[in-house]
Design a protein around this ligand. Structure first.
Ligand SMILES: Cc1cc2nc3c(=O)[nH]c(=O)nc-3n(C[C@H](O)[C@H](O)[C@H](O)COP(=O)(O)OP(=O)(O)OC[C@H]3O[C@@H](n4cnc5c(N)ncnc54)[C@H](O)[C@@H]3O)c2cc1C
Ligand code: SF4
Ligand code: SF4
Ligand code: SF4
Length: 397
């Protein structure tokens, strides 16, 4: 138990304890790596034990069905699909909830690129929630807000990593007719501090401000950093790193260098899942459903509860979908069924950046072997010249 051991592997930062404490004497405070942990003000604590009892990392529950309905799907509306990370299922559920007077909670950047969970109840604001942000979102007072909305009889849709959904369920303690939850298949989350370091690196590189940032491209399907900058020397522009290894942030994320310690001991990277509906990318879908259009991404969806079945039935007419199963789905998406192993670099990752600076670590450790060779290949493959070279090579052979 985190409060007894103070072991970082024992706490996912879900805020269930903070939200449950009757004396409001627990605050989330960042450690030296920028991850938030609960700290008790002992002078106010009455030792009721509720914070320990509610903790889903200490007492994980697996109440959803193991025999889940698995689908490969995407929203048929091409425009909406393109604005989402994979198949846009989050959008379809949110649309249903908002049109029924409800509120949707998900992760959004503020103007300083700090990631928080916020609640939105109109389609314009929903845009801020869309798209994956690969760092841990700050939950703040979200769980208490959700409880109040449910009390007032409103529909609520909450989306978060498995530990966050488990935290909400643990805090609420009972099922609510008007609550829908979605857990993301998740391999782990770096801290806000790591992302802040990366943004500062981009500011130095571009000699100016970063105006917008996305972790996934809207043009295709897959890891791809793109951002807009306003440079003091070159004016405004847009940069696109077409694969994950051309961005030090995405590279270190993909290789699990900098996750929260609890992620390497995740209790929720398994079936049964935590949400009513699990959302993910259907990597490897071409093998099973080659007839589907894969150009803008295909969602992997697991319908895990009766509530999940109800929402699936309500929205399925706007979807193109095929029935699949856990075995097929997990073949190229391991974190659906198991946690990520900790790589040897993790314990010194943040310290290394403090000592040597982000730029140096980005250029040496957060970089693929034979970086320039691969980078040139990526550049060439995006040009007509590459096609011509390949045609000539084919002829020579
Ligand atoms: C840290 C992280 C790791 C992931 N790892 C995997 C993986 O290994 N395999 C896989 O298949 N999918 C993974 N995903 C999920 C995937 O990227 C898509 O979010 C998912 O497929 C849903 O796509 P969508 O098009 O339906 O919705 P989207 O438009 O992408 O929206 C999804 C919802 O997720 C919320 N969200 C975004 N970022 C965060 C965050 N940091 N914390 C909490 N909520 C957030 C958004 O607010 C939105 O509500 C991960 C997501 C995150 C945030
Ligand atoms: S023991 Fe009770 S009062 Fe003390 S921090 Fe935990 S929940 Fe709050
Ligand atoms: S309830 Fe959540 S935040 Fe509190 S100790 Fe447990 S995992 Fe950490
Ligand atoms: S890997 Fe597990 S502990 Fe880490 S953010 Fe994802 S769900 Fe939470």
């Amino acid at each position: 138990m985190y409060f007894k051991t103070l072991e970082k592997t024992d706490c996912s930062g879900c805020t269930a304890c903070v939200s449950a404490c009757p004396k409001h004497c627990i605050a989330m405070k960042p450690d030296e790596e920028g991850f938030f942990y609960p700290v008790i003000d002992k002078s106010v604590c009455i030792e009721c034990g509720l914070c320990e009892k509610v903790c889903p990392f200490e007492n994980p529950k697996y109440e959803n069905t193991e025999v889940t309905d698995v689908y490969a799907c995407y929203v048929r509306d091409k425009k909406q699909r393109q604005r989402s990370t994979s198949g846009g299922l989050f959008y379809a559920i949110s649309q249903w909830v908002i049109s029924n007077g409800g509120i949707v909670y998900g992760a959004a950047f503020d103007k300083d690129f700090k990631l928080h969970h916020i609640g939105v109840d109109n389609m314009a604001d929903l845009e801020r929630l869309r798209g994956s942000k690969y760092l841990q979102s700050y939950l703040g007072n979200t769980f208490c807000e959700i409880k109040n909305h449910l009390k007032s009889g409103r529909w609520v849709y909450f989306v978060g990593c498995g530990c966050q959904v488990a935290g909400l369920n643990a805090f609420l303690r009972k099922k609510h007719d008007k609550l829908i939850t979605s857990d993301l298949v998740c391999h782990g989350a770096p801290s806000q501090l790591m992302f802040d370091w990366h943004l500062d690196y981009l500011r130095r590189k571009e000699k100016g401000e970063i105006i917008s940032y996305t972790f996934r491209d809207l043009e295709g399907w897959g890891g791809c950093e793109s951002y807009e900058y306003d440079s003091q020397t070159n004016g405004k522009g847009k940069r696109r790193n077409p694969t994950y290894f051309t961005s030090p942030y995405l590279y270190s994320f993909m290789w699990a260098y900098n996750y929260r310690y609890s992620c390497y001991d995740c209790k929720f990277a398994r079936v049964p899942r935590q949400g009513d509906v699990t959302l993910a990318d259907y990597w490897g879908v071409a093998k099973y459903f080659p007839e589907l259009d894969m150009s803008k991404g295909v969602s992997l969806v697991l319908v895990n509860t009766f509530q999940g079945v109800k929402i699936w039935d309500a929205i399925k007419e706007v979807l193109e979908y095929r029935k699949s199963n856990v075995l097929e789905a997990a073949a190229e998406n391991g974190n659906l069924v198991h946690k990520t192993a900790m790589p040897p670099i993790r314990p010194m990752c943040y310290q290394m950046i403090r000592e040597r600076g982000y730029d140096d670590v980005a250029m040496k450790e957060f970089r693929v072997d034979k970086y320039w060779r691969k980078r040139i290949k990526v550049f060439l493959s995006s040009t007509k010249l590459w096609k011509t070279i390949r045609q000539i090579m084919k002829k020579i052979k």
